[in-house]
Design a protein around this ligand. Structure first.
Ligand code: CP
Length: 303
Protein backbone atom coordinates (compact mmCIF):
# COMPACT_ATOMS: atom_id res chain seq x y z
CA UNK A 1 0.00 0.00 0.00
CA UNK A 2 1.50 3.36 -1.04
CA UNK A 3 1.51 5.93 1.77
CA UNK A 4 2.12 9.61 1.29
CA UNK A 5 1.60 12.80 3.29
CA UNK A 6 -0.61 15.70 2.24
CA UNK A 7 1.22 18.74 3.55
CA UNK A 8 1.06 21.43 0.87
CA UNK A 9 -0.93 21.82 -2.31
CA UNK A 10 2.38 22.81 -3.93
CA UNK A 11 3.39 19.13 -3.66
CA UNK A 12 0.37 18.08 -5.77
CA UNK A 13 0.56 17.74 -9.54
CA UNK A 14 -2.33 18.84 -11.74
CA UNK A 15 -3.08 15.15 -12.30
CA UNK A 16 -3.29 14.38 -8.57
CA UNK A 17 -5.56 17.40 -8.00
CA UNK A 18 -7.88 16.22 -10.78
CA UNK A 19 -7.80 12.66 -9.37
CA UNK A 20 -8.78 13.90 -5.88
CA UNK A 21 -11.60 15.98 -7.38
CA UNK A 22 -12.87 12.89 -9.22
CA UNK A 23 -12.72 10.88 -5.99
CA UNK A 24 -14.55 13.69 -4.20
CA UNK A 25 -17.32 13.49 -6.78
CA UNK A 26 -17.50 9.72 -6.19
CA UNK A 27 -17.79 10.16 -2.41
CA UNK A 28 -20.49 12.78 -2.80
CA UNK A 29 -22.52 10.16 -4.69
CA UNK A 30 -21.45 7.25 -2.44
CA UNK A 31 -20.51 8.62 1.00
CA UNK A 32 -20.82 5.43 3.02
CA UNK A 33 -18.03 2.96 2.24
CA UNK A 34 -16.12 0.39 4.28
CA UNK A 35 -12.73 1.52 2.99
CA UNK A 36 -11.16 2.30 6.39
CA UNK A 37 -12.47 -0.71 8.29
CA UNK A 38 -9.89 -1.69 10.94
CA UNK A 39 -7.99 1.60 10.60
CA UNK A 40 -7.42 4.32 13.18
CA UNK A 41 -7.12 8.00 12.28
CA UNK A 42 -5.61 10.44 14.77
CA UNK A 43 -7.13 13.92 14.75
CA UNK A 44 -4.69 16.31 16.49
CA UNK A 45 -5.96 19.88 16.69
CA UNK A 46 -3.54 22.24 18.41
CA UNK A 47 -5.66 25.19 17.15
CA UNK A 48 -9.45 25.68 17.26
CA UNK A 49 -11.62 24.35 14.45
CA UNK A 50 -15.25 23.56 13.72
CA UNK A 51 -15.49 22.56 10.06
CA UNK A 52 -12.10 21.01 9.38
CA UNK A 53 -12.04 18.75 12.42
CA UNK A 54 -15.68 17.71 12.27
CA UNK A 55 -15.67 17.12 8.52
CA UNK A 56 -12.48 15.05 8.73
CA UNK A 57 -13.97 13.03 11.57
CA UNK A 58 -17.24 12.63 9.65
CA UNK A 59 -15.21 11.50 6.63
CA UNK A 60 -13.48 8.81 8.73
CA UNK A 61 -16.77 7.67 10.24
CA UNK A 62 -18.44 7.46 6.83
CA UNK A 63 -15.55 5.25 5.70
CA UNK A 64 -15.98 3.04 8.81
CA UNK A 65 -12.63 3.98 10.34
CA UNK A 66 -12.12 5.00 13.96
CA UNK A 67 -10.94 8.34 15.29
CA UNK A 68 -8.69 9.12 18.25
CA UNK A 69 -7.31 12.52 19.13
CA UNK A 70 -7.92 15.86 20.77
CA UNK A 71 -9.45 19.20 19.95
CA UNK A 72 -7.76 21.10 22.76
CA UNK A 73 -4.00 20.67 23.20
CA UNK A 74 -4.29 22.06 26.75
CA UNK A 75 -5.67 18.67 27.79
CA UNK A 76 -2.61 16.82 26.43
CA UNK A 77 0.96 16.36 27.60
CA UNK A 78 2.11 19.15 25.28
CA UNK A 79 0.83 21.40 28.09
CA UNK A 80 3.49 19.72 30.29
CA UNK A 81 6.18 20.59 27.77
CA UNK A 82 6.18 17.50 25.56
CA UNK A 83 7.60 18.41 22.18
CA UNK A 84 5.73 18.10 18.90
CA UNK A 85 8.33 15.55 17.80
CA UNK A 86 7.63 13.28 20.77
CA UNK A 87 3.87 13.72 20.41
CA UNK A 88 3.97 12.71 16.74
CA UNK A 89 6.23 9.72 17.49
CA UNK A 90 3.83 8.55 20.21
CA UNK A 91 0.69 8.96 18.13
CA UNK A 92 2.38 7.16 15.23
CA UNK A 93 2.44 4.09 17.49
CA UNK A 94 -1.34 4.17 17.74
CA UNK A 95 -2.74 5.37 14.40
CA UNK A 96 -2.56 4.68 10.65
CA UNK A 97 -2.77 8.34 9.64
CA UNK A 98 -2.47 11.69 11.46
CA UNK A 99 -4.68 14.67 10.63
CA UNK A 100 -3.08 17.68 12.24
CA UNK A 101 -3.73 21.40 12.71
CA UNK A 102 -0.99 23.43 14.34
CA UNK A 103 -0.38 27.13 14.96
CA UNK A 104 3.26 26.95 13.71
CA UNK A 105 3.99 27.36 10.01
CA UNK A 106 5.78 24.26 8.77
CA UNK A 107 4.58 22.05 11.64
CA UNK A 108 2.91 19.52 9.33
CA UNK A 109 5.99 19.29 7.09
CA UNK A 110 8.14 18.75 10.19
CA UNK A 111 5.77 16.05 11.46
CA UNK A 112 5.89 14.30 8.07
CA UNK A 113 9.68 14.10 8.35
CA UNK A 114 9.66 12.33 11.71
CA UNK A 115 7.09 9.61 11.12
CA UNK A 116 6.45 6.90 8.54
CA UNK A 117 2.66 7.23 8.67
CA UNK A 118 0.95 9.84 6.47
CA UNK A 119 0.39 13.34 7.83
CA UNK A 120 -2.54 15.39 6.55
CA UNK A 121 -2.09 19.12 7.11
CA UNK A 122 -5.35 20.56 8.46
CA UNK A 123 -3.82 24.06 8.58
CA UNK A 124 -0.40 25.26 9.77
CA UNK A 125 -0.40 28.83 11.04
CA UNK A 126 -0.67 31.39 8.23
CA UNK A 127 1.02 29.00 5.81
CA UNK A 128 -1.17 26.41 4.06
CA UNK A 129 -4.57 24.71 4.33
CA UNK A 130 -4.46 22.17 1.49
CA UNK A 131 -7.54 20.11 2.40
CA UNK A 132 -9.56 23.36 2.35
CA UNK A 133 -8.17 23.94 -1.13
CA UNK A 134 -9.44 20.60 -2.35
CA UNK A 135 -12.96 21.35 -1.14
CA UNK A 136 -12.69 24.87 -2.56
CA UNK A 137 -11.58 23.55 -5.94
CA UNK A 138 -14.29 20.91 -5.89
CA UNK A 139 -16.82 23.65 -5.11
CA UNK A 140 -15.47 25.73 -7.99
CA UNK A 141 -15.63 22.74 -10.34
CA UNK A 142 -19.15 21.86 -9.22
CA UNK A 143 -20.52 25.35 -9.66
CA UNK A 144 -18.66 26.31 -12.86
CA UNK A 145 -18.40 22.82 -14.46
CA UNK A 146 -14.75 23.59 -15.22
CA UNK A 147 -11.57 24.78 -13.53
CA UNK A 148 -9.83 26.33 -16.53
CA UNK A 149 -9.83 30.04 -17.43
CA UNK A 150 -11.83 31.41 -14.48
CA UNK A 151 -11.68 34.88 -12.99
CA UNK A 152 -11.33 34.57 -9.24
CA UNK A 153 -11.49 37.49 -6.83
CA UNK A 154 -10.05 36.99 -3.36
CA UNK A 155 -10.94 39.65 -0.83
CA UNK A 156 -9.92 40.34 2.77
CA UNK A 157 -6.89 38.99 4.59
CA UNK A 158 -4.55 37.85 1.86
CA UNK A 159 -1.49 38.16 4.11
CA UNK A 160 -2.32 35.67 6.83
CA UNK A 161 -5.06 33.78 4.97
CA UNK A 162 -3.68 30.27 4.55
CA UNK A 163 -6.72 29.23 2.50
CA UNK A 164 -5.85 31.98 0.00
CA UNK A 165 -2.22 30.88 -0.20
CA UNK A 166 -3.20 27.28 -0.87
CA UNK A 167 -6.03 28.09 -3.29
CA UNK A 168 -3.99 30.29 -5.56
CA UNK A 169 -1.32 27.59 -5.66
CA UNK A 170 -3.83 24.87 -6.53
CA UNK A 171 -5.63 26.96 -9.15
CA UNK A 172 -2.33 27.95 -10.77
CA UNK A 173 -2.55 24.78 -12.91
CA UNK A 174 -5.75 26.01 -14.56
CA UNK A 175 -4.93 29.39 -16.14
CA UNK A 176 -6.86 31.64 -13.74
CA UNK A 177 -7.00 35.41 -13.58
CA UNK A 178 -6.89 36.68 -10.00
CA UNK A 179 -8.15 39.93 -8.55
CA UNK A 180 -6.55 40.36 -5.14
CA UNK A 181 -8.49 42.80 -2.97
CA UNK A 182 -6.84 43.71 0.32
CA UNK A 183 -5.87 46.74 2.39
CA UNK A 184 -2.16 47.65 2.33
CA UNK A 185 -1.65 45.93 5.70
CA UNK A 186 -3.05 42.61 4.47
CA UNK A 187 -1.72 42.38 0.92
CA UNK A 188 -0.63 39.05 -0.50
CA UNK A 189 2.98 38.32 0.59
CA UNK A 190 5.66 38.81 -2.06
CA UNK A 191 6.57 35.14 -2.08
CA UNK A 192 3.14 34.27 -3.51
CA UNK A 193 3.29 37.11 -6.04
CA UNK A 194 6.69 35.83 -7.17
CA UNK A 195 5.12 32.39 -7.54
CA UNK A 196 2.31 33.82 -9.71
CA UNK A 197 4.84 35.77 -11.79
CA UNK A 198 6.91 32.65 -12.33
CA UNK A 199 3.83 30.72 -13.49
CA UNK A 200 2.86 33.65 -15.78
CA UNK A 201 -0.51 33.96 -14.06
CA UNK A 202 -2.39 37.24 -14.43
CA UNK A 203 -3.21 39.02 -11.20
CA UNK A 204 -4.35 42.50 -10.32
CA UNK A 205 -4.07 44.03 -6.86
CA UNK A 206 -6.74 46.39 -5.53
CA UNK A 207 -7.45 48.15 -2.28
CA UNK A 208 -10.98 49.10 -3.42
CA UNK A 209 -13.65 46.39 -3.41
CA UNK A 210 -15.21 47.89 -6.55
CA UNK A 211 -18.31 46.86 -8.53
CA UNK A 212 -16.09 46.46 -11.63
CA UNK A 213 -14.08 43.74 -9.92
CA UNK A 214 -17.14 41.95 -8.52
CA UNK A 215 -18.93 42.08 -11.86
CA UNK A 216 -16.02 40.51 -13.73
CA UNK A 217 -15.70 37.57 -11.36
CA UNK A 218 -16.76 33.94 -11.72
CA UNK A 219 -15.79 33.22 -8.12
CA UNK A 220 -15.71 35.69 -5.25
CA UNK A 221 -13.68 34.21 -2.40
CA UNK A 222 -14.30 36.24 0.75
CA UNK A 223 -12.04 35.80 3.78
CA UNK A 224 -12.11 36.78 7.43
CA UNK A 225 -9.59 39.20 8.91
CA UNK A 226 -8.05 36.83 11.44
CA UNK A 227 -7.73 38.42 14.84
CA UNK A 228 -5.60 35.53 16.11
CA UNK A 229 -2.78 36.29 13.64
CA UNK A 230 -2.21 39.89 14.81
CA UNK A 231 0.39 40.64 17.48
CA UNK A 232 -0.81 44.27 17.66
CA UNK A 233 -4.60 44.35 18.24
CA UNK A 234 -4.72 48.05 17.29
CA UNK A 235 -3.68 46.98 13.80
CA UNK A 236 -6.52 44.45 13.77
CA UNK A 237 -9.04 47.10 14.85
CA UNK A 238 -7.99 49.27 11.89
CA UNK A 239 -8.74 46.64 9.27
CA UNK A 240 -11.29 44.27 10.79
CA UNK A 241 -14.29 45.68 8.90
CA UNK A 242 -12.48 46.69 5.76
CA UNK A 243 -14.76 44.88 3.29
CA UNK A 244 -18.35 43.85 3.93
CA UNK A 245 -20.18 42.20 1.03
CA UNK A 246 -23.93 42.85 0.86
CA UNK A 247 -26.67 41.81 -1.54
CA UNK A 248 -26.86 45.16 -3.32
CA UNK A 249 -23.22 44.80 -4.38
CA UNK A 250 -24.17 41.65 -6.33
CA UNK A 251 -26.91 43.27 -8.45
CA UNK A 252 -24.87 43.39 -11.67
CA UNK A 253 -22.73 40.33 -11.05
CA UNK A 254 -22.45 37.49 -13.59
CA UNK A 255 -25.13 34.78 -13.48
CA UNK A 256 -22.53 32.12 -12.84
CA UNK A 257 -20.86 34.01 -9.98
CA UNK A 258 -20.64 32.02 -6.78
CA UNK A 259 -19.56 33.40 -3.43
CA UNK A 260 -17.21 31.20 -1.46
CA UNK A 261 -15.80 31.66 2.03
CA UNK A 262 -13.76 29.11 3.98
CA UNK A 263 -15.66 30.16 7.11
CA UNK A 264 -15.98 31.05 9.91
CA UNK A 265 -17.30 34.45 8.89
CA UNK A 266 -17.33 37.34 11.29
CA UNK A 267 -18.96 40.25 9.46
CA UNK A 268 -17.36 40.30 6.00
CA UNK A 269 -20.54 38.86 4.42
CA UNK A 270 -23.82 40.51 5.46
CA UNK A 271 -26.57 38.07 6.42
CA UNK A 272 -28.76 39.25 3.53
CA UNK A 273 -26.36 37.52 1.13
CA UNK A 274 -27.13 34.10 2.66
CA UNK A 275 -30.42 33.79 0.74
CA UNK A 276 -28.92 34.91 -2.55
CA UNK A 277 -28.66 31.91 -4.94
CA UNK A 278 -25.07 32.98 -5.64
CA UNK A 279 -24.07 32.33 -2.00
CA UNK A 280 -22.38 28.94 -1.89
CA UNK A 281 -20.37 28.93 1.35
CA UNK A 282 -22.54 26.53 3.33
CA UNK A 283 -22.62 23.97 0.49
CA UNK A 284 -18.87 24.54 0.15
CA UNK A 285 -18.39 23.48 3.78
CA UNK A 286 -20.54 20.40 3.18
CA UNK A 287 -18.28 19.44 0.27
CA UNK A 288 -15.49 19.27 2.85
CA UNK A 289 -16.61 15.84 4.02
CA UNK A 290 -16.34 14.33 0.51
CA UNK A 291 -13.06 16.07 -0.30
CA UNK A 292 -11.57 14.83 2.97
CA UNK A 293 -12.76 11.28 2.31
CA UNK A 294 -10.87 11.53 -0.99
CA UNK A 295 -7.72 12.92 0.65
CA UNK A 296 -7.62 10.25 3.37
CA UNK A 297 -7.95 7.50 0.73
CA UNK A 298 -5.31 9.20 -1.42
CA UNK A 299 -2.68 9.30 1.36
CA UNK A 300 -3.39 5.71 2.36
CA UNK A 301 -3.18 4.50 -1.24
CA UNK A 302 -6.79 3.27 -1.18
CA UNK A 303 -8.38 3.38 -4.63
N1 CP B 1 -12.38 26.64 7.11
C1 CP B 1 -11.88 26.24 8.29
O1 CP B 1 -10.69 25.88 8.39
O2 CP B 1 -12.77 26.28 9.32
P1 CP B 1 -12.47 25.79 10.80
O3 CP B 1 -11.41 26.72 11.36
O4 CP B 1 -13.77 25.88 11.53
O5 CP B 1 -11.93 24.41 10.72
Amino acid sequence: MKKDSFVSIADCSKESIVRIIQKTEFFEQNPNQKLLEGMICASLFFEPSTRTRLSFETAVNRLRGRVIGFSDAATTSSSKGETLKDTIKMVSNYADVIIMRHYLEGAARYASEITDIPIINAGDGANQHPSQTMLDMYSIFKTQRKLEDLTITMAGDLKYGRTVHSLLTGMSHFNPTFHLVAPEELKLPDIYKQFLDKQAIRYFEHTDFSPEVINESDILYMTRVQRERFTDLMEYEKVKNVYVLNNKMLDASKDNLRILHPLPRVNEIAYDVDDNPKAYYFEQAKNGVFARQAIICEVLGIN
